[in-house]
Design a binder for this molecule. Structure first.
Ligand code: NAP
Length: 257
């Protein structure tokens, strides 16, 4: 997706994926940082990199997660474009004003979702967690960051019904390793829009269920595309060629399916 964008704009740049174990991270990350003009950071390092950059933009500082780093002069600046990726995906589907949302998960993508909901003036979010202690902590923290949103939480077995206009999955549930729990299946119905952050496989069990039950769906690749387009602009100062990036992304996801 990024290399297709560089090629389209005839830029002399290359995007490379590097996988680091926890043991390698402390040594390799500073080297990689010096060697590149910009980076993406993904699971599980989005919070770990915060002390390793010089400045944070407003969003990454508020939600405590960085997914983009820009090398700017002598400084490394951390940004978060996951939230903007969620907002732009919803807007592209004409779903830019959810009243209430059901958020599954309480990690980095979930934090970005809360930021996105705040931007879209969503009034309430129920967070579905597997560990109530973590749920309570997450809800308290997000409540302080976003005082205009009413937060509550539930564990999966507590989930009886959900009268909500947006369901967002911010867990690996539905990816090849994790099946979709029945408790979650039960709350997918009606007018809700179901948005899955998982993008591999492209059509997850959650999205298949949602389509069968007449819900609108938004794919995880759409968030990936839009967060990437925002990152491209941060690194290069140029508008991203979004349709070229979309084609490249879909080709690579379809080839991997
Ligand atoms: P994270 O910070 O590690 O958080 C993962 C969350 O999922 C945690 O709340 C965790 O619960 C929960 N979880 C993990 N396994 C679970 C399971 N088997 N059942 C129920 N809950 C489970 O990860 P993240 O960065 O938020 O990423 C979450 C997902 O979103 C990943 O699949 C990632 O690939 C995807 N993502 C996609 C995009 C995109 O652009 N489309 C961007 C970011 C992330 P505990 O707290 O109990 O461990």
């Amino acid at each position: 997706m990024m290399n297709a964008a560089f090629a389209e704009l005839k830029m002399n740049a290359e995007y490379r994926a590097v996988s680091l174990s926890r043991e390698e991270f402390a040594v390799r990350f500073p080297e990689l940082k010096r060697e590149s003009s910009g980076m993406n950071v993904t699971i599980p390092y989005k919070s770990d990199v915060i002390p390793l950059v010089d400045e944070l933009d407003e969003v990454s500082s508020r939600i405590g997660a960085v997914n983009v780093i820009k090398h700017s002069g002598s400084k490394y600046i951390g940004y978060n474009t996951d939230a903007g990726g969620i907002v732009n995906s919803l807007k592209e589907h004409g779903k830019g004003a959810p009243r209430s949302a059901l958020l599954v998960g309480a990690g980095g993508a979930a934090r970005a979702f809360c930021e996105a909901m705040n931007e879209l003036h969503c009034a309430s979010i129920t967070v579905v967690v597997r560990d109530p202690v973590r749920g309570e902590r997450f809800v308290a923290e997000m409540g302080r960051a976003f005082p205009n949103i009413r937060f509550g939480f539930a564990t999966l077995p507590q989930l009886a019904h959900a009268d909500t206009d947006l369901i967002f999955n911010a867990t690996p549930i539905g990816s090849s390793e994790h099946t979709l729990p029945d408790q979650l299946k039960r709350v997918i119905y009606g007018h809700a829009t179901v948005f899955d952050a998982v993008y591999r496989p492209m059509k997850t069990d959650l999205l298949k269920t949602a389509e069968l039950r007449g819900c609108s769906v938004i794919y995880g690749y759409e968030m990936l595309l839009h967060q990437g387009a925002l990152a491209f602009k941060i690194w290069t100062g140029r508008e991203a060629p979004v349709e070229t990036m979309r084609r490249a992304l879909l080709n690579s996801l379809e080839a991997a399916a």
